[in-house]
Design a protein around this ligand. Sequence first.
Ligand SMILES: NC(=O)c1ccc[n+]([C@@H]2O[C@H](COP(=O)([O-])OP(=O)(O)OC[C@H]3O[C@@H](n4cnc5c(N)ncnc54)[C@H](OP(=O)(O)O)[C@@H]3O)[C@@H](O)[C@H]2O)c1
Length: 326
Amino acid sequence: MNKDLIVVITGANSGIGKKAALTFAKEGYSVVMACRNLEKSKEVFEEILAETKNERVTLMELDVSSFDSIKLFCSHFKKQYEKLDILIHNAAYFNHGSPYQLSADNIELTYATNVFGPYLLTVLLLDHLKRSEDARILHASSNIVKHFFDEKKELALYNLLEEKKKHSVYEMYCNSKMALVILTFKMAEELKKENIMVNAIQINGAKMSKETLQKVTFGWRMIARVQNLFFPPTSYISDSYFHICTSEKLHGVTGQLINDKREIMEPASINPSLKEQIKQLKRSDVYPIYATKRETQQLVWDLCSSLTGRTISGEIKEEKRPSHIL
Ligand SMILES: NC(=O)c1ccc[n+]([C@@H]2O[C@H](COP(=O)([O-])OP(=O)(O)OC[C@H]3O[C@@H](n4cnc5c(N)ncnc54)[C@H](OP(=O)(O)O)[C@@H]3O)[C@@H](O)[C@H]2O)c1
C-alpha cells in the first residue's frame, strides 16, 4: 500500500482520467480527483470509493481553463496536504465542432485548458512537489502532433486572444497538444535542478465513453464511434500513466515523450526524404523534430509566463499580452 504517496489527476471524472484514479486508488495512493463539475463527478468519486474502499480518495473542484479556479484549488490542496508526489495533467478540451470560445481569462479555450492552465497549476504546486522524494509530472498529449512532421507547419498562435483568422477546433487541439509537448521539454529542463521529473505521453487513441462522445458534435461522434472499434480500452492508457509515474525503470527519466507502448520516443531525423516522411507517420518511436526547436520552446515558455502572470519560480509577473505574435 502506498499510503504516503499523493497524486492529483485533472479531469478524473471520465475516460482515461477516471480509470487512472481507480488504478491509483486500488494501489492505495491518496488520490485527488480534480474535476470541474462536482455534481457530475460525485457519482464517479463514490463509485471509486465503493470499489476500492480507499478513503484517501478525495474530490476537489478545479476548472483547468480558469486561473482563479486553479489558484483556489491550489490553496485548498495545500491546506489539506503537506506535499505532492504525482501530478497528472489529463484534462483537455477537444470539443470538435464547437465555435471559437474564450476562457474566463479571455484566452482561447483550447490553449487555456490544454497548455496555460497546466503550466499555472504546476507552478503553483511546485513547492509541494519539491517536498516529494520522487516527484513526477505527466502531460497527456496525442498522436495528432504528427501533423508537425510536415516541416512547413508551425504553431498557430494568431487566434489566442481573439478570432483573427477562421477558427478550427481540430487545428487548435493539434496545436495545443504540440505546445504541451514543447512545454514538457522546456519545463523538464527548468525543473531538473529541483529533481522534479516532467514527461509527456503520446496517446494514439483510447475508447471514448458514452459521456465523452456526447461532448462532440454529431459528425465527430460518428467518426469517434468508428475509431472506438479499433481503439484500446481506456485502461490501456491509464495503466501507462501509472507506469510512467511510478515505475522504478523510469525513475530519474525526464524531458521525454513516451508512447503508449511505454517506450521513450526520439526526435525524427532532420530533412527526411519523402519516403522517410511517409514512414514517420506510421512509426510510434519518433516525434516531429519541431518540438526540439529552441526558439519555439522559448516562445511557448514566455507565453506561459506572460499570460498566466507567473514565472516558474512562482514570482508574480506583470500579465502581458504580447500583441506582435497574437
Ligand atoms: N481518447 C482518445 O482517443 C485520446 C487520444 C489522444 C489524446 N487523448 C487525451 O487523453 C486525455 C483524456 O481524454 P479522454 O479520452 O479520457 O476524454 P474525456 O473522457 O472527455 O476526459 C477529459 C476530461 O477532462 C475534463 N475537462 C475538460 N475541460 C476541463 C476543465 N476546463 N477543467 C477540468 N477538467 C476538464 C473533462 O471533464 P468533463 O467531464 O466535465 O467534461 C473530462 O473529465 C486528454 O488530455 C485527451 O486530449 C485522448
